[in-house]
Design a binder for this molecule. Structure first.
Ligand SMILES: [Zn+2]
Ligand SMILES: [Zn+2]
Length: 291
C-alpha cells in the first residue's frame, strides 16, 4: 500500500500549527488593511493631486473599483470553495492510482495530498493559501489565479500613482541620501515630527501603503506567471518538482480543465462555476474527471 509522500510532513509543522491562528489572522488582516489603505491613498490623497481633470479622476476610480470587484469576488469564491476530499473511503480493492492517507485513514484519488494545516487531503493540491485560509486545489484554483492577477493590477496601479504623487508633493525621487532616508522607515516618522517634506496623515499612509504594494505587486506577478505556466503544462507545483507530466492533455485542454469551457471569462469578472466531477466506472468513489 502506497502512502502519500506529503503525509509524512517535511515542513515545520509544529511551529505553523502552534501559531496557525496568528498567521491566518495576520494574512487576512494585512490583505484588508492594505486594500483600505490603497483605496484611501489613491482616491482621497493621490488622485486629486495627480490628475488635472475630473474625467481622468473618475476614469481611474472606475478602474480601481473594477479591480476591487474582481479581487473581492474571486477572494470570496476562493475562500468558500473547499477542495478537500473527506469521504473516509477505505476500499478493499482500490484503483492502482489511488493512495492511502494514514492521517485521514482513507483512500484518496491521484494528485491529492494531505495538508497538515487544513488537516485534510486536498484534491489536486496546489498550495496552502493563508489569505484564502484554506488550500488552493481542484475546485478553487480557478478563483485563485484571477485573484492574484487583480491583486497585482490593483497594487501596481497604486504603486505607480502614489509614487507620482509623492514625487511632486513630498520628496522628489532621486539617488540622494535625503530621498532614501525620507522613504525608508523610520525616516518618514522623523520628517513628520520635524516638519520636513510637508508630511501629512495622507502622505504618511501613502508611504506605508507603498511597502505593502511593492510586496504584493512582485509576489502576485510571480504567482500569476507561475500558476499560468503550471496550468499550461498540466502540473501542480509538487509534480513540477518531481518532473511528473503524465496528466497534461495539451495547453488548451489543461486551461479548460482548470477554468471550465468559458475560461477567458474568468479573467473579466468573478465567475462561479462548478468543477466537473464524474462517477467512476468502479462504483462508489467519485472519479475526478478534471484532475
Ligand atoms: Zn489526508
Ligand atoms: Zn491547506
Amino acid at each position: 500500500m502506497e502512502v502519500s509522500e506529503r503525509s509524512k510532513g517535511v515542513f515545520p509543522a509544529k511551529f505553523i500549527n502552534d501559531y496557525l491562528w496568528l498567521i491566518q489572522y495576520s494574512a487576512v488582516g494585512f490583505y484588508f488593511l492594505l486594500t483600505f489603505g490603497v483605496l484611501y491613498s489613491c482616491i482621497f490623497v493621490a488622485y486629486p493631486q495627480v490628475f488635472d481633470t475630473l474625467e481622468q479622476k473618475y476614469a481611474n476610480i472606475i478602474y480601481l473599483m473594477y479591480v476591487l470587484c474582481n479581487m473581492m469576488g474571486n477572494f470570496f469564491l476562493g475562500s468558500i470553495t473547499d477542495s478537500s476530499f473527506k469521504t473516509g473511503y477505505v476500499l478493499s480493492d482500490p484503483p492502482k492510482t489511488w493512495m492511502f492517507c494514514t492521517k485521514c485513514n482513507q483512500h484518496t484519488p491521484p494528485r491529492s495530498h494531505h495538508c497538515f494545516i487544513c488537516r485534510a487531503c486536498v484534491l489536486k493540491q496546489d498550495h496552502h493559501c493563508f489569505f484564502f485560509t484554506r488550500c488552493v486545489g481542484l475546485r478553487n484554483q480557478k478563483y485563485f489565479i484571477p485573484y492574484v492577477l487583480y491583486v497585482f493590477l490593483g497594487s501596481f496601479h497604486a504603486l505607480r500613482t502614489i509614487l507620482v504623487y509623492l514625487n511632486t508633493t513630498y520628496v522628489p525621487l532621486e539617488w540622494s541620501f535625503y530621498c532614501i532616508f525620507s522613504y525608508l522607515f523610520p525616516g518618514p516618522i522623523y520628517n513628520w515630527y520635524w516638519d520636513y517634506g510637508d508630511v501629512t496623515f495622507g502622505k504618511f499612509v501613502s508611504i506605508s501603503v507603498l511597502y505593502g504594494c511593492f510586496s504584493t505587486t512582485s509576489g502576485c506577478l510571480f504567482l500569476f506567471v507561475g500558476e499560468m505556466f503550471l496550468v499550461a503544462r498540466g502540473q501542480t507545483p509538487y509534480e513540477f518538482g518531481k518532473g511528473i507530466r503524465k496528466y497534461s492533455q495539451g495547453v488548451y485542454n489543461n486551461y479548460k480543465q482548470v477554468f471550465g469551457k468559458l475560461f477567458p471569462l474568468n479573467f473579466l469578472f468573478p465567475l462561479p462555476n462548478k468543477t466537473k466531477e464524474e462517477k467512476s466506472p468502479w462504483g462508489e468513489p467519485t472519479f475526478y474527471r478534471s484532475i
